[in-house]
Design a protein around this ligand. Structure first.
Ligand SMILES: Cc1cc2nc3c(=O)[nH]c(=O)nc-3n(C[C@H](O)[C@H](O)[C@H](O)COP(=O)(O)OP(=O)(O)OC[C@H]3O[C@@H](n4cnc5c(N)ncnc54)[C@H](O)[C@@H]3O)c2cc1C
Ligand SMILES: *[C@@H]1O[C@H](CO)[C@@H](O)[C@H](O)[C@H]1NC(C)=O
Ligand SMILES: *[C@@H]1O[C@H](CO)[C@@H](O)[C@H](O)[C@H]1NC(C)=O
Ligand SMILES: *[C@@H]1O[C@H](CO)[C@@H](O)[C@H](O)[C@H]1NC(C)=O
Ligand SMILES: *[C@@H]1O[C@H](CO)[C@@H](O)[C@H](O)[C@H]1NC(C)=O
Ligand SMILES: *[C@@H]1O[C@H](CO)[C@@H](O)[C@H](O)[C@H]1NC(C)=O
Ligand SMILES: *[C@@H]1O[C@H](CO)[C@@H](O)[C@H](O)[C@H]1NC(C)=O
Ligand SMILES: *[C@@H]1O[C@H](CO)[C@@H](O)[C@H](O)[C@H]1NC(C)=O
Ligand SMILES: *[C@@H]1O[C@H](CO)[C@@H](O)[C@H](O)[C@H]1NC(C)=O
Ligand SMILES: *[C@@H]1O[C@H](CO)[C@@H](O)[C@H](O)[C@H]1NC(C)=O
Ligand SMILES: *[C@@H]1O[C@H](CO)[C@@H](O)[C@H](O)[C@H]1NC(C)=O
Length: 592
C-alpha cells in the first residue's frame, strides 16, 4: 500500500463515444430511453471481471418471489438494527428515510428498491471505481458513493443510480511509526508531520483501525461507533470523536489521499498536490469531489485518561422538580466551556419526560480528560457541584463517579464506545453548534432556548450534546475544508423526535416542521452566527448551504467545479446539490 504514487491516466475509459448521454438536463433513469440496455450493463460487468451487482433489498428473502428464503429472512429480521450487518449489503442503510422493503411483509405490499441504487460496482481495486465513474459519466447516470451506508442525510443512496460500493476496497491497514509522506518526483521538503500515521484503504471501518491503533499504542480520531467508515463521510465531513478535544476533528487528521476523479484519473491530494482537492476532502463533505481509495491519517501517543460519569434525574414529575431539573441543565451548559478549557470533553443526552419505555427523565454524560487525575477533575468540578448539591435529595437525584484508565482504548471500550444501533425511518433531528460566549455569557437566552428544546411531555424530545470544541478544534490549518463554525464552537447540540410506525403522514410532517422551525429555530436564535455539523443535522434544513459549509462554501464550490466539472457526483445537501432538483423516487434534473 505504500507504493509510490503513479498518475494513471484514465485507464478505464470504456466508451469513448458520446451520444449515450440522453439529455443534459436530467440524469438518465431506469425507464428512460437513454438507460443502458442489459447488454451494455454486461459489458461493464465484463470490465469489472464480474463485480457488478444488480441490487436487491436486504429484506428480499422475507418476501415471496425468487429471493424468498425463511432462514435468511430470520437472520435479516434479527439483525435489522445491526449497523455492522447492514454495512455488508450494497444497499444496507443504517439511517434510511424511506423503507420500500421492510422486514415485516404486509406493511409494504411490494418489496422494491425505492430510492436505493439499481446497480453497484463491488469495487475491490481503485480501477474498479475508475470503471464505474467512467460508465456513469458516459451514460449520464446518477452516481452514488457508498462505504458503510451510515449516512444520516441520504447521501449514500439515490433513486435510479449506479453505486460505487467501497466496502470491499480493503487493500490493507498499515501503521507507520513515523509518517512517510508520499512524494512526487522532485519534491524534497521537510515533512508535514513527524508523528505516527496509519494508512487505510477506503473499505475499512473504525473497528478495524481502532484495533491497529490499540496494538501500536496510538490514538486515532475515530467515532464512537466502530461500524462507521474511516475515510468516507466521517473524515470528509468533519468527524467528531472522544479524541477530538485533544487532537482535532477527523478531517484535520487527513495527511494525504489517493482519489479517483470523475474523469477517471487517479490523483494524489495532499498539501503539495491538488491542494484545493485536499482541502475539500478535509471537511467539505463526502461523495462530492471524488472517490477516496486510500489515505493516511495522523496517530498520537496513547496516555492515561480519567473519566467523569454524571447522572441526574428529577425526583418526581412535579412542576417544581422539573424546573430544578432544567435549571441544573442550564448551570451545566453554562459551565461546560470552562470544563472543556480545563481538558474535559465527551458526550451526553437529556430528556425531561419519559420517552416511551426506554428513556426516563434524566441527564447523563460521560466526559474524560487526558493525563488528569481523579483529584484534579474533582477540583475542576467542585464549584459546579456545590451549586448542584443544593438540590440533591430535595428535587433531583445526583450521582457523579470517576474512573481512571491507563490508556485511551480502555476508556473508549470501557465506557460505551463500541456500541451503536441503526435507526428506523421513524425519527428526525436538528442540530446546532454553540460557542463559548453563547453558552456562558447570556443565561437568560440559554434558559429560553432550553425551555423550547425540552419540548412537551407528548413530544418525546431527546436532546443530546457533544462537548468537544476548544483546544485544537479552534485551530484551522491552511488546508481545512471544515465548516469554520466548528472553529469557534465548543458544543454540538442536537434535538431528536420520533414517531410510531402507524403515525399519519400529517403527524410526521408536523414533527419535521417542529424540529426544523420551532426547536431548530430556538437553537438558531440562540447561536445565530454559527452553523450545524453536516453529518448529524436536519436533512431538510432550508439553509443548509450556510449552516453546513459557512464561509468555506465559495472555495468548496470552486473545488467541485474544478474536480467534477461534469457533475457526475450528486448527493443531497452536498456542495453542488443546489444546482439540481431531485425527487425521492424520480428524476434528478438541473435546477431551472
Ligand atoms: C450509529 C452512528 C454513529 C455515528 N457516530 C458518529 C460520531 O461519533 N461522530 C461523528 O462525527 N459522526 C458520527 N456519525 C455520523 C457519520 O459521521 C456519518 O453518518 C458519515 O456520513 C458516515 O460515513 P460512511 O462513509 O461510514 O457512510 P456512507 O453512508 O457510506 O457514506 C457517507 C457519505 O460519504 C460518501 N463517501 C463514502 N465513502 C467515500 C469515499 N471513500 N470517498 C468519497 N466519498 C465517500 C458517501 O457518498 C456519502 O456522501 C454516526 C452515524 C451513525 C449511523
Ligand atoms: C429530459 O429528461 C427528462 C426526464 O427524463 C424529461 O422530462 C425531459 O422532457 C427531457 N428533456 C428533453 C429536452 O428531452
Ligand atoms: C456480473 O457477472 C457475475 C459473474 O459472471 C455474475 O455473477 C453477476 O450476476 C453479473 N452481474 C450482473 C448485474 O449481471
Ligand atoms: C451484527 O452483525 C455482524 C456482521 O454480520 C455480526 O458479526 C455481529 O455478531 C452482529 N451483532 C449482533 C449483536 O448480533
Ligand atoms: C406492521 O408493523 C406493525 C408495527 O411495527 C406491526 O405491529 C405489525 O405486526 C406489522 N404487520 C405485519 C403484517 O407484520
Ligand atoms: C463483493 O466482493 C467481495 C470480494 O471483494 C465478495 O467477498 C463479496 O461477496 C461481494 N459481494 C457481493 C454482494 O457480491
Ligand atoms: C519534521 O522534522 C524535520 C527535520 O527535523 C523538520 O525540518 C520539520 O520542520 C518537522 N516538521 C514538523 C511539521 O514539525
Ligand atoms: C418554560 O417557560 C414557561 C413560561 O415562561 C414556564 O411556565 C415553564 O415552567 C418553563 N418550563 C420549564 C421546563 O422550565
Ligand atoms: C423508567 O421508569 C419506569 C417506571 O418508573 C421503570 O419501570 C423503568 O425501568 C425506567 N426505565 C429506565 C430506562 O430507567
Ligand atoms: C446525592 O444524594 C444522595 C443521597 O443522599 C447521595 O447518595 C449522593 O452521593 C449525592 N450525590 C452527590 C453527587 O453527592
Ligand atoms: C452567540 O455568539 C455570537 C457570536 O459568536 C453572537 O453574535 C450571538 O449573539 C451569541 N448569542 C448568545 C446567546 O450569546
Amino acid at each position: 500500500m505504500s507504493s509510490p504514487f503513479i498518475a494513471l491516466m484514465a485507464t478505464g475509459i470504456l466508451y469513448a463515444g458520446i451520444g449515450h448521454a440522453g439529455n443534459a438536463t436530467c440524469k438518465c433513469m431506469p425507464n428512460d430511453a437513454c438507460w443502458p440496455s442489459p447488454a451494455i450493463w454486461s459489458t461493464l460487468n465484463d470490465t469489472l471481471s464480474g463485480k457488478l451487482i444488480q441490487n436487491i433489498p436486504v429484506a428480499a428473502p422475507c418476501y415471496p418471489g425468487p429471493y424468498s428464503n425463511p432462514t435468511e429472512c430470520a437472520i435479516v429480521q434479527e439483525n435489522w438494527m445491526n449497523t455492522s450487518f447492514l454495512s455488508e449489503y450494497s444497499i444496507g442503510y443504517s439511517y434510511p428515510f424511506t423503507q420500500s422493503c421492510d422486514i415485516a411483509p404486509g406493511n409494504t405490499t411490494n418489496c422494491e428498491l425505492g430510492d436505493s441504487p439499481v446497480y453497484a460496482v463491488n469495487a475491490s481495486t481503485p480501477e474498479d471505481a475508475v470503471a464505474g465513474v467512467n460508465f456513469a459519466r458516459e451514460w449520464n447516470l446518477r452516481l452514488v458513493v457508498k462505504t458503510t451506508g451510515h449516512d444520516m442525510l441520504g447521501r449514500s443512496t439515490g433513486y435510479g443510480s449506479l453505486e460505487i460500493w467501497l466496502r470491499y476496497l480493503r487493500q490493507g491497514i498499515s501503521f507507520e511509526e513515523v509518517y512517510s509522506e508520499t512524494l512526487l518526483y522532485g519534491q524534497n521538503e521537510p515533512a508535514a508531520w513527524n508523528g505516527s500515521a496509519i494508512e487505510v484503504g477506503a473499505g475499512y471501518d473504525w473497528g478495524d483501525v481502532n484495533a491497529v491503533a490499540a496494538a501500536n499504542g496510538v490514538i486515532v480520531v475515530g467515532g464512537g461507533c466502530p461500524s462507521v467508515g474511516v475515510l468516507g463521510g466521517f473524515t470528509q465531513g468533519g468527524g467528531h470523536s472522544r479524541a477530538t478535544h485533544d487532537f482535532g476533528l477527523a478531517a484535520d487528521q487527513l495527511l494525504e489521499a489517493q482519489v479517483v476523479l470523475t474523469n477517471g484519473e487517479q490523483v494524489l491530494a495532499n498539501r503539495r498536490s491538488n491542494v484545493d482537492l485536499f482541502r475539500a476532502l478535509r471537511g467539505g463533505g463526502g461523495g462530492t469531489y471524488g472517490i477516496v481509495t486510500t489515505a493516511k491519517i495522523k496517530a498520537y501517543p496513547d496516555a492515561a485518561y480519567t473519566a467523569q460519569s454524571f447522572y441526574m434525574a428529577p425526583l418526581s414529575t412535579s412542576h417544581d422538580d422539573l424546573v430544578v431539573f432544567m435549571e441544573v441543565i442550564a448551570i451545566l451548559y453554562e459551565a461546560f466551556p470552562a470544563l472543556a478549557d480545563d481538558g474535559l470533553s465527551g458526550y451526553g443526552a437529556w430528556s425531561a419526560y419519559n420517552v416511551g419505555e426506554s428513556i426516563n427523565a434524566s441527564m447523563t454524560y460521560i466526559f474524560a480528560a487526558r493525563e488528569k487525575t481523579v483529584a484534579e477533575i474533582e477540583a475542576m468540578f467542585a464549584p459546579i457541584l456545590e451549586k448542584l448539591l443544593l438540590y440533591n435529595g430535595t428535587n433531583i437525584e445526583l450521582v457523579v463517579s470517576y474512573m481512571a484508565y491507563d490508556g485511551y482504548w480502555d476508556y473508549y471500550y470501557g465506557l460505551g464506545g463500541g456500541t451503536c444501533s441503526a435507526a428506523t425511518t421513524n425519527s428526525a433531528l436538528v442540530s446546532r453548534l454553540f460557542t463559548k460566549v453563547n453558552l456562558s455569557n447570556d443565561g437568560e437566552k440559554l434558559r429560553k432556548m432550553l425551555n423550547n428544546t425540552v419540548g412537551t411531555p407528548s413530544e418525546g424530545v431527546v436532546n443530546g450534546f457533544a462537548l468537544l470544541g476548544g483546544g485544537p478544534v479552534s485551530v484551522s490549518d491552511t488546508f481545512s475544508g471544515v465548516n469554520p463554525a466548528w472553529r469557534k464552537s465548543y458544543m454540538h447540540n442536537y434535538c431528536t423526535r420520533g414517531w410510531s410506525d402507524d403515525a399519519e403522514y400529517e403527524t410526521v410532517m408536523s414533527i419535521h416542521h417542529d424540529l426544523t422551525y420551532s426547536k431548530g429555530g430556538a437553537l438558531r436564535e440562540f447561536a445565530p452566527d454559527t452553523g450545524a455539523y453536516m453529518n448529524e443535522a436536519d436533512w431538510q434544513d432550508p439553509w443548509y448551504l450556510q449552516d453546513f459549509y459557512g464561509e468555506n462554501l465559495p472555495v468548496l464550490t470552486a473545488a467541485k467545479i474544478k474536480f467534477d466539472p461534469d457533475e457526475v457526483l450528486y448527493c443531497p445537501t452536498c456542495v453542488g446539490s443546489e444546482r439540481w432538483t431531485s425527487k425521492v423516487t424520480g428524476a434528478l434534473c438541473r435546477a431551472p
